[in-house]
Design a protein around this ligand. Structure first.
Ligand SMILES: [Zn+2]
Length: 221
């Protein structure tokens, strides 16, 4: 009888443990890092998209949300060597937050129970560069520029020379958008507080292909 109870406990606990482990933000970060390493080395996983499409048609279970730039060189599925249904992506020039962007993120975090949000900036970002250069912009682009401007202001204070400003500004913009996601969304704040979501920043290097995760750029309770 005792053995039966032990077996029952084991069979109940093991799946719970596996589910909890599989849903941890640390595991999501580890998967993204491993995928990026394969991308950098050009050792992509072999995939059968046709079979995966059939499997994914039953429902989506992404493990990470990525807010990144629209820049055509920054394609998350490629640079994390990931397939269909695994990463929930929002792309907008300058990887900025606004109510529409946050609505998409909230859907993934709250309804799909995705445990990780990564705000992924990238080197040589045109949107940040345009903000650094300033000048008159048409209305809609000006809205974008206004979202990035506080990061550029901070970068100017920290940069040692003029060439340094753009790289500092893309970095500051990641920190800013991580902070904005938590500040402008009560739902995301609550999920972070309940340890159901981790928000962190990262930077994609256009030249090397490497993604650096910022341990300092995290929103936590
Ligand atoms: Zn960009």
């Amino acid at each position: 009888m005792k053995i039966l109870i032990r077996f029952a406990v084991l069979f109940i606990m093991v799946p719970v443990f596996i589910f909890a482990k599989g849903n941890a933000p640390e595991d999501a970060v580890a998967s993204l890092k491993a995928g990026n390493q394969r991308y950098v080395e050009g050792k992509f996983k072999a995939r059968n998209y046709r079979a995966e499409r059939t499997e994914q048609s039953k429902g989506q279970h992404p493990y990470a949300i990525i807010l990144t730039c629209s820049d055509s060189r920054v394609a998350p599925e490629l640079l994390f060597d990931e397939s269909l249904g695994r990463i929930f992506i929002i792309r907008v020039a300058g990887n900025v937050t606004d109510p529409v962007v946050l609505g998409s993120i909230e859907y993934a975090a709250e309804h799909l129970h995705v445990p990780l949000l990564v705000v992924l900036g990238h080197t040589k970002c045109g949107a940040v560069k345009a903000t650094v250069e300033g000048g008159h912009a048409p209305k809609n682009i000006d809205t974008l520029v206004a979202k990035i401007a506080p990061a550029v202001k901070k970068a100017r204070e920290k940069a040692e020379n003029e060439e340094d400003i753009l790289s500092k500004a893309v970095e500051e913009n990641v920190y800013l958008q991580v902070a904005n996601a938590a500040k402008e969304s009560a739902i995301l704040r609550e999920l972070v507080h309940e340890n159901k979501l981790k928000i962190m920043g990262a930077m994609y290097d256009i030249d090397s292909g490497k993604v650096e995760f910022y341990s300092g750029a995290t929103a936590s309770h």
